[in-house]
Structure formats: structure tokens, C-alpha cells
Write a protein that binds this ligand. Sequence first.
Ligand code: GDP
Length: 534
Amino acid sequence: MSELTPQVKRRRTFAIISHPDAGKTTLTEKLLLFSGAIQIAGSVKARKASRHATSDWMEIEKQRGISVASSVMQMEYRDCVINLLDTPGHQDFSEDTYRVLTAVDAALMVIDAANGVEPQTRRLLQVCRARNTPILTFVNKLDREVQEPLALMDEIERELGMTVVPFTWPVGMAKFFGGVLDLRKDQMRVFSPGEDRVAGTEEVVQGLANPVLADRFGPAYEQAAGEIELVREAAPEFDHEAFLSGRQTPMFFGSAVNNFGVQEVLDALVDLAPSPGERAAMQRTVHPDEPKFTGVVFKIQANMDPAHRDRIAFLRVASGKFSRGMNLKVVRSGKSMRPNTVVTFMSQKRELLDEAYAGDIIGIPNHGVLQLGDTITEGEALQYTGLPFFAPEMFRMVEVADPLKTKQLKAGLQQLGEEGAIQVFRPVAGSVLMLGAVGQLQFEVVAHRLEHEYSCKARISPCRFQVARWVTADTGEGPAADERELNRFIDGNSHRMAYDAVNAPTLLVEYAPELRAIEANWPKIRFHALREHA
Ligand code: GDP
């Protein structure tokens, strides 16, 4: 306990994840509405309008600036401060999303009840599962013709590999959607479509067995009641510990566009989701209510104004209290900084921030002082772990069209690499830089940004490599032997070795079978598809 404990305890930091079109934007907006952070729906929609055209990368480019203001939203609800982090919708930017997931304590998964678990959701879930992030599930669009709730529950359970515990259960669907039975409060909340009402005005019928329900909702009610019996027999009781460790997910049904079921989700976030916990650093474990400030940069976003080249580093406060103008140290470089124009993200507006506590996200404008994965402290040498970099799946060679612009290319690529927009590799043998990405769109964005922000036309050409693995040695004979073995490996494979932005040695190969052969030949070398910043 410390004087910070009450502030930490009242914070909830979560990401909202879904496949495009499941209703993430709509739900986000309704959460803001129900918390009172915004008065009328619409502001999130505006952003969405541009996001929808994301097959067109120019649109993504345009949005970069817009989304700075809207990718983190803070709201107050009941006694809590809720930080909601949006995850980029386009799958080519999934790397960014994965990093966002390292900055949250829980995730809210939105599922389109007609489509069930879709590919993008699946990938995001894998990351949540790997980190044992607690997940709340919202099944959306019950006002439509959708899958049967039992089938959905079964699918989610299988896909998630965790037990689904329904908190509500739908009565009917589409035209016959009557509302949800609240299994915990023993009541039914009646659905009325299209109303723009907020908290407290919903019609509630007490008692799940109330004969009024059968009269009013007929077969839909009978079916729901039967399903609940089944579910009650089969599903275990909700166990808070199991939820916190990612083994159970509470499930809610609703219709975000109709404001229906939103309040339950907001309440569940407050009642069930964890407040910020301790975080692992290489040196030690850090508690959120320790007096000294620490934080970690999980996202870097370039600003709209290309001429300025300033970038906002998104930092999750891990411990202590942040106050504007305090003296901070970037542990990696040892540099000091005293950020004065730090921003927070209240209800979509950027506002100057005075203080922040563990779980809060702050934005620090900077010109390249901060990199992804950086740990910021009041002076302690501390490095947080766990920010993932994924081995790219696509590669290109990059050169300048005009040799006099080589310097601009290098500078541009370095910055774009630091932002996480692309991964840049320097081959051990040869001088042509290589780009690695997880999505094709990243190359196009990089070419465009090099040209417009760094006045450098890049020539991006195909490259024979298709697989990358970071390599380390593990001889079991100590660090000196490991280093010798690693150097031996690098020398022996110099034609297919490169260094990434933080000088981590990386093996590049053309085909997966080639990788397997190399692995078999080098038993003391470890090959990693994932690198955690350290
Ligand atoms: P996102 O891509 O996940 O952010 O999805 P959006 O929130 O933009 O929603 C995609 C579409 O589904 C939009 O046209 C929404 O109006 C619609 N939508 C969202 N929630 C519901 C719902 O509960 N019922 C129906 N019928 N449509 C919905």
C-alpha cells in the first residue's frame, strides 16, 4: 500500500479487439456515451469513415494523424478511470496491434453474432492467450439474423481454448429479439430498438421464471429458458481467478448500434477487469504503486505534419506518478528529458496532461529520442521486457533512385524502423538494405513516406528471402562460449545473415525447408520468430 494505491486500484486499461466490421467502433462509441465522456455518438464514426477505405493505403496515410487522437481514449465511469486502447483494424498493421496488447490489462473482444470468430480476431486472441490476458466477450448484432447462441458459445470456447461463462443470454434474434436474460441478476432486460437512451431507462422484468416473460416472448423465451438450463448444467460457475488468468471469459450478448447490452459490459469492466498489476523488467519486478515513475513505450506514431517530423511516443505508465515537467531518463540512451507537452486522451481530444498513474497512457511528442520498447524512469536503470517484434514474412531490397540521397534514405529508414512501421536489415555481406514486413501495405506506406517526409525516392525491388529468424546461441557453457558459437554461425552463414535495427543478428532464408536444414546442422543455435525488445 502507498498513497498511490487508490489511484492504481481505480484504473482499468483495456484494448478492444475484433475483426473489421464486427462493431468495434460502434461499441467504443457507445462505451464513451454511457460513461458520459461524449454526449452524442458520432465522433468515433467520423474517424471510421476514413478507416473503411483501408484497402487504399493513401487513406491509411491520412489517418495516421487522426488516429493519434483517437487510438487511446480515457473515460471515467463510476469510481474508475478507464483507458480504452483501439487496435488498428487493417491486418497489415497487426504488428502494431500486438504491441498495443502488451500495454493493457484486459481485452474486450467483439464478435459479430452472424460470423462468429473471424480470422483477425483469431490472431489477436492468440496474442492475448500467450500473455494470459483476461478477455471479456461481447457478442454483437443480435438484432440481426445470427447464429444460435449455443453454437456461438461452443465456437468461441473452441477457438479461444477457454471456458465461456454466459452472464446474459439472448431471447430470440432479428425481428424477434426480445432482450437478454441476466443470469446473475435474475431478470430480463427488454430490448427496444433504435432508441438513443442512456443508462437507467431500460425496461426490466424481474425473475427469469416470471410468467410474464413466457406470455410476452412466447417460443423465443421458451427456447432461451431451455438453453439456459443446458448451459447451467454444462458450464462451470464464473471464477474470478480463472478469468484473471485467462482461463474463463464472461460472455455478454447485445446490439451495440441499439445501445443494448453496452452498460453491462461497462459494468463488467469495472467489476471484473483487473487494475494495473506488477510488471516484469529484466532487473526486477515493478509494482504499480511504487513511488517512482516508470513507463514503457509501446507505440510510436508519426504526426500529421510531415514538415515537422515530430512523433508521439505512447507510453504506458507502469509505476509511480507522472507529473508534467518532471525529469526523466531514457534508460537505453541515458539521455534526460523533461517533457512539458505531454498529452492525454480524454474523450478523443488531445489535452495537456498534469499527472498520470499506473495504467494510464501518455503521449510524449519527441524527435526520435524515444524508440519502441524504451523504458523511461526517474533515473533507475530498468528495462521492461515483453514488447514483441515478429519475424517479417515479406522482404524487399531498398535503394535510392538518386545516389546523392543515400543519407536521407538511411535517416528515413532508421526513423521508420524505430517507429515500427517496417523492419530494416543490414546484410552482413553486401550493402543494399533490406526491408521486412508482415504485410504488403507496409512497403507502400514506407515508399510514400520516404518520398514525402524525407524527400527521397526509394527503389523497392523483390528479394529472394522469405523467412527470417533472429538467432542466439545456447551452448550451456556460459556467455563467452555462446558468443563464440554465435560468431561461428554468423561467419558460416554470412551470405544470409543481417543485423536488424537494434543490431540483433538475423538469419534470412529463401524457403522453410532450408531453415529446417540449418536448424538441424546447428543444434546450439536458437532460432526465434519473435524477438522481445530488451
Ligand atoms: P468495426 O469495423 O468493428 O469498427 O465495425 P463498426 O462499428 O463500424 O460496425 C460495422 C457495421 O455494423 C456498421 O455499419 C454498424 O452500423 C453495424 N453495426 C454495429 N453494431 C451493430 C448492431 O448491433 N446491429 C446491427 N444490425 N448492425 C450493427
